[in-house]
Design a protein around this ligand. Sequence first.
Ligand code: SAM
Length: 255
Amino acid sequence: MPALALEPIPPRTLVRPAPRIAPGPALDLPVVSFFGRSLAEYVQFFALDLPALKGRDVLDVAAGPSSFTAEACARKIDAVAADPLYGDDATALAARVESDYARMIAQMRAKRRLFRLKSFPSIAAAETDRRAAAQRFLADYQARMFNGRYVGGALPRLPFFDGTFDLVLCAHLLFIYAAQFDFDWHVAACRELVRVSAGEVRIHPLCGPDGKPYPGLARLRRELRERGIASEVRAVDYEFFAGANAMLVLRRAAP
Ligand SMILES: C[S@@+](CC[C@H](N)C(=O)[O-])C[C@H]1O[C@@H](n2cnc3c(N)ncnc32)[C@H](O)[C@@H]1O
């Protein structure tokens, strides 16, 4: 059989098409993005005291490609990261970073009015920082994915014993993706975060993709209180996405 004659692909068809941006005054988040931030951003939006965390067990839930755990471990904090995508190989996660970053950064540029830029001088500076965070995560993940630092797990059921961690963090999943996760899921997720913590749980941000406060927050706090969980809303000295300037702190209520 004669060999197939392959036409060379014209260079234009190799160019990645620009992501489609849905119009509207909110971020378009049809699926949970694999998008992550650095330890420096975590310090700001979780008001972390890094020296006080040295030698402590800290869990980052929904950690994605954040470099928090890699950077925290380098500072002698015993950090562990959990995410449903952990377990996939580093090449697959790098491909996911590539596509999800393109989509999120296109929105950051197209929906500039949704960003306050308190914590970065420009959208470009935020992009550079977050891409660097993902690269640091990918290198650490490739080196340490089998040593227990990166654990596959999804809320509302985490693969850890009760009270394992001194501090549990969860950023950019609850509330901001409220269209994907209903109210009952949020209650169950908060209870699970408290279950694996021996101290505090910190959740950020408290707004939805439109920058408005999560409408179910007061009801959620009441339901948690009835289940023995105390909550507090604390302002933080951080705002990049408009409205993302507070965290929810949870702990077991005193009996
Ligand atoms: C936007 S990223 C946040 C990354 C990081 N926490 C940060 O703030 O930079 C959201 C992450 O949540 C993860 N995720 C999706 N569903 C989840 C679930 N049910 N439980 C825990 N994580 C989940 C995704 O895989 C993704 O990595």
